[in-house]
Design a protein around this ligand. Structure first.
Ligand code: C2E
Ligand code: CA
Ligand code: CA
Ligand code: CA
Length: 281
């Protein structure tokens, strides 16, 4: 493997040399991390703006190295996607977050059970066994399928719209919900949107941050909210960082929000503490 690494490095010119080496190192470290199960999940609450109640969480992966250092997903997900390692990371995330959700639903029962939103990468989504994997993981965990929300980006569905529609329909038949993530960034797929069986639209945080700016980012958010209403989609605003954001979004008719104003992503212990506190309040 070492010789192979050297050979591959030599293909690149000197300016890319360091970068290529770093990537090779990172790739082998990632493989090791998978073997040693060095990944952890943090969970960010999603809040209903009407009741201010927490409805569920988004699972966000982190790489916790043996020395305790925590690596954010932006530093390893792109390479994991490129190398295909994301498929293994993704199935771990799915199984782990569902097991955790099952425990929380049992410990903190509600009329409307807590939900879990899980990010699905393009590579993972287009894998042949993906739907089967989701069904197996949900069944094994025992959570109601309706409480799992898979988050995918628009680009995933653009690459091969017919294939994507098929997968989404099978997931929904089983009962799982599907969210369109980072809406408004990347490709604009307005023409496809009505063909794709989504339940929820997540407004990218760049539009939420622009809410208070003078360039009137509010227009874009209002347009997205109108569109979502026409398509009968729930809306979650991402990156909600202030009371002002919350007020404006609620006034505009946005149903749900997520962001540092309510809570940063929390580890499992912190979530359980929060849920326990809410229960006795
Ligand atoms: P995302 O799916 O858009 O997740 C939301 C990101 O915004 C998270 O970053 C979260 O910590 C951050 N965030 C939440 N509220 C706020 C806020 O009020 N202000 C600001 N500035 N940021 C906020 P994180 O955890 O670093 O994740 C980054 C991205 O990595 C995610 O973006 C997602 O695309 C990817 N990712 C995370 N976990 C997974 C995973 O398990 N699988 C896959 N395929 N991708 C993942
Ligand atoms: Ca997401
Ligand atoms: Ca997002
Ligand atoms: Ca994002």
């Amino acid at each position: 493997a070492k010789a192979e690494g050297r050979a591959r490095v030599e293909i690149f010119d000197q300016s890319l040399h360091v970068d290529a080496r770093r990537r090779l190192t990172l790739e082998s470290e990632l493989r090791n991390a998978l073997k040693k199960k060095e990944f952890v999940l943090h969970y960010q609450p999603i809040i209903s703006l009407g009741s201010r109640a927490m409805t569920g969480f988004e699972a966000l992966v982190r790489w916790q190295k043996s020395d305790g250092q925590i690596i954010p997903p932006s530093d390893f997900i792109p390479l994991a996607e490129e190398t295909g390692l994301i498929v293994f990371i993704g199935s771990w995330v799915l199984e782990q977050s569902l097991k955790t959700l099952a425990r929380w639903q049992q410990e903190f029962p509600r009329a409307e059970p807590l939900s879990m939103s899980v990010n699905v990468s393009p590579r993972q989504f287009h894998q042949t066994e993906f739907v089967e994997q989701v069904i197996n993981a949900v069944t094994a965990s025992g959570v109601p399928p309706q409480t799992l929300r898979l988050e995918i980006t628009e680009s995933v569905t653009i690459q091969n719209a017919q294939h994507a529609v098929g997968i989404l329909q099978r997931l929904r038949e089983f009962g799982v919900r599907v969210s369109i993530d980072d809406f408004g960034t990347g490709y604009s797929s307005l023409s496809y949107l009505h063909q794709l069986p989504f339940d929820t639209l997540k407004i990218d945080r760049s539009f939420v941050s622009a809410l208070q700016s003078r360039s009137d980012g509010g227009q874009i958010v209002q347009t997205i909210l109108d569109l979502a209403k026409n398509l009968n989609l729930d809306v979650v605003a991402e990156g909600t960082e202030s009371e002002d954001h919350v007020k404006i979004l609620h006034q505009m008719g946005c149903g749900y929000a997520q962001g540092y104003f309510f809570s940063r992503p929390l580890n499992e212990t912190a979530v359980v503490e929060m849920l326990s506190a809410k229960d006795t309040a």
